[in-house]
Write a protein that binds this ligand. Structure first.
Ligand SMILES: [Zn+2]
Length: 71
């Protein structure tokens, strides 16, 4: 499962959660303050591998390797 990065609007904490693609837009709870006013950060999701470089999957929209999650 991909790792998504969120930011808490209440305390400013950034945190990462691993979840299914279709669950990424659900409201998350800040691990620091417990607030639910969080936002998905739209930077490319981090591809966490075992240290090795992982080629980005080819996007079905553009045909180019990217991390937009629309593969
Ligand atoms: Zn917070």
């Amino acid at each position: 499962m991909p790792l998504y990065e969120y930011a808490c609007r209440t305390c400013g904490t950034a945190f990462e959660l691993r979840m299914k693609f279709e669950e990424r837009l659900r409201q998350q709870t800040c691990p620091r303050c417990g607030g639910t006013d969080t936002a998905l950060r739209l930077s490319a999701p981090a591809l966490v591998g075992a240290g090795g470089k992982q080629a980005a999957p080819v996007c079905s929209t553009s045909g180019n390797p990217c991390n937009c999650g629309m593969n």
